[in-house]
Design a protein around this ligand. Structure first.
Ligand code: SAM
Length: 269
């Protein structure tokens, strides 16, 4: 047997996804490096670069404003850690007081958050999470966020949107919690237009990734699911349309690594 959404009712997708990430949480970071040959680091670095978090953070520190960042499906914290580093939250946490820059990681899976919390405390110390509140981990569903309207300047979701049961509902929620003028950025696997690259990539993902999952994490099925979920997800243009339907005025994308991954951006008007 293998996971396949055709055989899985929509209301079961959530528990299936939960089970997959429960299974992979402990080996998630190692597997990410192995499966992508380290490329996920480059994709996440690119997200950081286009987010302008570094310059936005220094602007709010100068002007006594605030900057609120929400990383949904943030898992073990990879994207959020880049934000706290770039925004100077780690230095801030060493002095006293609440940080005007806050990075909130929201994920549906408690195990992923637990791994993230342990990583964050090891890397940055406790004060970033406990005293400055520069970084927080919260459990929550992308489809029904427990935040007020117009709360965040930046909403990011990296390799998470395709796992959500109702993608359009999650996009509407992203739009709702963003402040007017706020920005949405999504990193997600997408479709490779070049035929040769696509053939190589398909062979790799359908054969090599489940085998790696078996060897490294003794879990072939979870990694089979991950590969299948990529194939079932919207292509670049379809996602732009869905973003527009969810209320994002300007929506556009950039292909990374030949379209293996796409970075979509949208602004709330
Ligand atoms: N953003 C992290 C990264 O790039 O390393 C983690 C990505 S991981 C492939 C996908 C994450 O989406 C998992 O941590 C999973 O628990 C989370 N997830 C799945 N469905 C979700 C939902 N409905 N709401 C919030 N998070 C969800």
């Amino acid at each position: 047997t293998h996971f396949g959404f055709e055989q899985v009712a929509i209301d079961q997708k959530e528990s299936l996804v939960r089970q997959v990430f429960d299974n992979v949480a402990d080996s998630y970071d190692v597997m990410n490096d192995l499966m992508s040959g380290g490329l996920h680091r480059y994709w996440k670095d690119y997200l950081l670069e286009v987010s302008s978090v570094e310059s936005m953070a220094s602007a709010v520190r100068r002007t006594n404003g605030d900057l609120r960042i929400l990383d949904v499906a943030g898992g073990t914290g990879d994207v959020a850690f880049r934000f706290v580093n770039a925004a100077g939250c780690v230095e801030r946490a060493k002095s006293s007081g609440e940080d005007p820059v806050s990075v909130t990681v929201c994920d549906i899976n408690h195990e992923m958050l637990r791994v993230g919390d342990v990583r964050a405390r090891k890397r940055f110390g406790n004060s970033l999470l406990d005293d400055s509140r520069g970084l927080r981990f919260m459990q929550g569903n992308a489809q029904a966020l427990e935040f007020e309207d117009n709360s965040f300047d930046l909403y990011t979701i990296a390799f998470g949107l395709r796992n959500v049961t109702d993608v359009d509902m999650a996009l509407r929620e992203a739009n709702r919690v963003l402040k007017p003028g706020g920005r949405f950025i999504c990193l997600e696997f997408s479709q490779v237009p070049n035929e040769l690259l696509r053939t190589i990539y398909d062979t790799y993902s359908f054969h090599v990734i489940p085998a790696m999952g078996q060897i490294v994490a003794q879990d072939r099925e979870s990694y089979q699911y991950l590969v299948e979920s990529i194939r079932r997800f919207s292509n670049q243009d379809e996602l732009v349309t869905r973003m527009k339907n969810a209320g994002f005025q300007v929506s556009r994308y950039t292909n990374l690594t030949g379209g293996i991954v796409a970075l979509h951006e949208g602004w709330k008007s």
